[in-house]
Design a protein around this ligand. Structure first.
Ligand code: ATP
Length: 147
């Protein structure tokens, strides 16, 4: 049987379908570390961490913030069932900044703090900020080449 030449990527959350595209490569934030998928990958099931997922079509990469869920990898298909999945352009940076500040303040308090909850909120906010900055980085780069 011929090896597949692309991946049918589907990313869904409990609320909606976020991505349905033919792509060339995917990087997934697995709970045991990031892993890359190219067409023809060995089948696997993995749980997802909070982190950045990207997929590539030709030269173009698209970034999403992901938090929790499962990934199913087949040679010609990747299905991401995520608790949260946000495209870079849908991330509200001010909201993520406030969430980061709130979580950092909580983590410096000594009493009456649910540390695990604050740590998880901090991780979500930092991931959102990193993913959102991917768009900013592109804009910044194109600005620098202008006189
Ligand atoms: P916050 O404290 O700002 O609510 P959070 O990390 O506690 O942040 P979540 O519980 O992870 O928020 O998400 C709740 C809903 O709000 C989800 O639908 C999520 O996609 C959305 N959301 C949270 N933060 C942002 C953001 N900065 N930009 C866009 N959507 C966001």
């Amino acid at each position: 049987m011929a090896l597949p030449t692309s991946i049918d990527l589907q990313i869904v959350t409990p609320n909606r379908l976020i991505v349905q595209e033919q792509v060339d490569e995917v990087q997934v934030p697995g709970s045991e570390g990031y892993f890359g998928v190219l067409p023809g990958h060995t089948p696997l099931l993995a749980s997802l961490a909070v982190g950045e997922l990207w997929y590539r079509k030709g030269q173009e990469k698209t970034y999403l913030a992901i938090a929790g869920g499962f990934a199913e990898v087949l040679p010609d298909r990747v299905t991401i069932l995520a608790q949260l999945a946000e495209r870079a352009e849908d991330i509200d940076v001010e909201r993520a900044e406030s969430a980061r500040r709130r979580a950092e303040e909580r983590l410096t308090q000594k009493v009456d703090v649910d540390f695990e909850r604050a740590r998880a909120a901090l991780l979500r906010s930092l991931t959102r900020l990193q993913v959102a900055s991917r768009i900013g980085l592109r804009t910044g780069a194109s600005r620098r080449v202008r006189p």
